[in-house]
Design a protein around this ligand. Structure first.
Ligand code: ZN
Length: 429
């Protein structure tokens, strides 16, 4: 076997001529000096169209390739420019790397695969690159997948949601396919202009194919859908509605705690205002403060300790316990769904309006305002679990993506993980 054939296989690159392979100056890395097999036929690095020679550009350049064993590897080659009719003087396309990338295709591919498999520190240490570099690489890889596949094909039932990705009101609008559970679209912003961009990409014909759109009840979503896909039934996402009840419950818990804290062991009047059956000691007030998780959790997931806490709340604070039952009642509505769910919702609304808990009375009114969308959701029984789990996963990814530059790498990370087109490892398929 010729030595160059061996090196081509080891470096994982085709269509190149290997001129020499040697150690770098301080023998810490292997450098392969290469050139494209047909250097005379230059193509623009951006658009890949044929273009005539322009100049030598910046001279020799290096690209990081995958390590060989324990040793780092670089490819080194000329990077001349061609005169593209569209893009002007542009660095010539090379077969081993993306335009303006400092890493080879195989390197990019491996980083993208790792980004769907393991932790931040595992990737940066294994590949010896900064987290920001990972962000740049996955953005490039994701853009290539986007150019190859049509993520918006055959959508009929979609969920639209917003995800906060940074403090200071930075949001992404995300679109999920209810039938596949895939994330199909994400863009910074949460307003009518952002959502309109989705419908622009979808086009009039495919917008007309949409039968159901689930969302929270934000007007920027419902108004845009009413204009761009008027035939689609708008459903209220159950997990948003239940989240409203959880917020109300939390408000009641805070009121009870504040009262108990302000009047430690104290006045009956203060206690009775928020429905304390007896006066709480300071320690017991703190117990209310710490009961958040017991109140939030679904009853079937409660630990023994949390069960005890809940029994104690039932005995000591009837208002807080009533708020808890109201939250659970609303969860029940969406669990049974259909006509039974609608009947349960009617009972719930009557119960909430006479609960004497201001926040739940207000919630009842809010739910009545959106009754149409909530009924549609109960009738359709949309696979809410899929959308909710995508939603939860995106929120986890926003934390992983901390340290990336801008929202694009986060979108790429979310798309690689949840978009249904996971990258393969290089050299396998
Ligand atoms: Zn071009």
């Amino acid at each position: 076997m010729r030595e160059t054939t061996l090196w081509r296989a080891l470096l994982g690159v085709n269509n190149i001529v290997i001129e020499s392979v040697e150690f770098n100056e301080d023998t810490t890395a292997v450098v392969a000096h290469i050139r494209p097999r047909r250097p005379t036929k230059g193509r623009c690095g951006v658009c890949a169209h044929r273009a005539p020679w322009y100049d030598r550009g910046q001279g020799r350049r290096r690209w990081r390739a995958l390590d060989l064993g324990t040793t780092q590897v670089f490819l080194e080659a000329d990077a001349p420019r061609v005169a593209c009719p569209t893009h002007g003087p542009t660095v010539r396309q090379v077969p081993w790397a993306r335009h303006s990338a400092g890493h080879t295709h195989a390197f990019d591919q491996q980083v993208a695969w790792l980004a769907t498999q393991c932790s931040k520190s595992a990737i940066t240490q294994l590949m010896r690159i900064a987290w920001r570099t990972v962000g740049g690489i996955i953005t490039r890889v994701c853009a290539d997948i986007d150019a190859r596949v049509d993520r918006l094909a055959q959508l009929t039932r979609i969920g639209i949601d917003e995800v906060s990705y940074r403090k200071g009101h930075k949001y992404l609008t995300v679109v999920v396919d209810h039938d596949t559970g895939r994330l199909v679209w994400a863009r910074p912003g949460r307003d009518r202009a952002t959502l309109s961009a989705f419908f622009d990409e979808l086009g009039a014909e495919r917008s007309a194919q949409l039968t159901h759109v689930s969302a929270d009840t934000a007007s920027w979503i419902s108004k845009t859908v009413a204009v761009r896909a008027p035939q689609a039934v708008v459903c209220a996402d159950p997990f948003h509605i239940v989240a409203w009840a959880t917020q109300c419950l939390d408000e009641v818990r805070r009121q009870v705690w504040n009262q108990a804290r302000r009047k430690p062991g104290g006045m009956k009047a203060a206690g009775s205002h928020v429905g304390l059956r007896y006066n709480l000691s300071q320690g017991e007030a703190r117990k209310i403060q710490r009961s958040r998780y017991a109140l939030w959790k679904n009853p079937e997931d409660l630990t023994e300790n949390q069960r005890t806490k809940l029994a104690w709340i039932e005995a000591s604070s009837p208002h807080l316990y009533r708020a808890y039952l109201l939250k659970e009642g609303l969860r029940f509505v969406f669990r049974v769904k259909g006509e039974e769910g609608k009947r349960a919702l009617d009972r719930w609304l009557a119960w909430a309006s006479r609960s004497r808990l201001d926040v739940f009375v207000a919630l009842g009114r809010k739910i009545r305002r959106h009754l149409g969308a909530i009924h549609a959701s109960l009738e359709e029984g949309l696979s809410n679990g899929l959308v909710e789990s995508v939603n939860t996963k995106i929120r986890l990814l926003t934390r992983v993506a901390f340290g990336f530059h801008g929202p694009e790498p986060l979108i790429a990370l979310a798309m690689l993980n949840l978009g249904g087109y996971r990258p393969d490892l290089p050299g396998r398929s």
